[in-house]
Design a protein around this ligand. Structure first.
Ligand code: 48F
Length: 267
């Protein structure tokens, strides 16, 4: 007969708190902090971790995946162009080839495998943690992030946040380009590397143009801050694309390459 492991409730408490503290404290000073666990952020996290960088993703929701879960209008499928196929195949996502250069993937499979691969590569993924601000230096350059519980943010509670150092920050927060809006709002005179120097907001849907622009718009738009994914289009008034995701994965890859270069330069 199986003898069940004796359960001591207070041991459960100790194990949860001590293992969280141990892992979290490893990331008090990060190479790269990524805001948002969507397709672009998770791809950047996987590639940076695989390159040996200390990287963590902060997601304000309790779930990862961003806009991938919902596919197109809740039909749980996303479309991916041929150029992005290797990035999905690297993590084991099965693609169904369709007409000229289009593949279709199950969105639940995509979220699960992209997340598992990023974690296996060594990235930390923290859910329920929102990035609410940045930490700056004397020249207003970003040198880290300021975080709080997503639940605290939602409840509108007055709870002071905690700060983490990061040599590079990637805003992969999607359509809202949340971090860039925070930077512009809170740093007087902040000028972004966009045509107007400001957050311009996204334009209506034009999938071909949106997909063509997103990789080139993935770049450092403020000292030590890169934009990736839909946030890259949204800061520069580029259009949205809907449930075609190739550009998001390729943007994540580009963000990882650029972050790695920035880290090398500042080493
Ligand atoms: O929106 P999201 O999936 O961003 P993405 O990688 O992909 C865009 C597509 O989903 C889709 C599209 C496809 O072609 O147009 O919309 O650009 O993921 C962004 C994640 O960031 C989280 C948010 O909850 C979502 O999961 N997020 C946003 N602001 C914050 C944040 C914040 N301040 N702190 C933490 N997480």
């Amino acid at each position: 007969m199986l003898v069940p492991t004796p359960i001591e409730e207070t041991q459960v408490t100790s194990l949860i708190v001590s293992s969280f503290a141990e892992d979290f404290l490893e990331g008090v000073n990060l190479d790269v902090a990524i805001v948002g666990a969507g397709s672009s952020g998770m791809t950047a996290a996987r590639l940076l971790a695989a390159a040996g960088r200390r990287v963590a993703v902060f997601e304000r929701n309790l779930h990862v995946g961003g806009g991938m879960w919902g596919g197109g209008m809740l039909f749980p499928r996303i479309v991916i162009q041929e150029e992005a196929r290797p990035l999905l195949e690297q993590v084991g996502v099965r693609l169904r080839p369709f007409r000229e250069g289009y593949h279709v993937a199950d969105s639940v499979e995509c979220v699960s495998k992209c997340t598992a691969a990023a974690i296996d590569a060594g990235a930390r993924v923290w859910v329920g943690m929102a990035v609410e601000d940045v930490m700056i230096d004397a020249e207003d350059r970003v040198r880290g992030i300021v975080i709080n519980w997503g639940a605290v943010q939602r409840a509108g509670l007055h709870v002071d946040p905690l700060a983490l150092g990061a040599r590079v920050v990637i805003d992969a927060s999607g359509h809202d380009c949340d971090l860039m809006r925070t930077i512009v709002r809170k740093i007087p005179g902040a000028r972004l590397e966009t045509p107007t120097g400001e957050v311009m907001g996204e334009r209506p849907m034009h999938a071909a143009a949106a997909e063509a622009h997103v990789a080139e718009l993935t770049r450092e738009v403020y000292p030590n801050v890169l934009v990736a994914g839909m946030a890259a289009n949204a800061v520069c008034a580029a259009p949205r694309m809907g449930a075609i995701f190739g550009g998001m994965f390729l943007s994540g890859q580009r963000a990882a390459e650029l972050a790695d270069e920035m880290l090398r330069r500042s080493a």
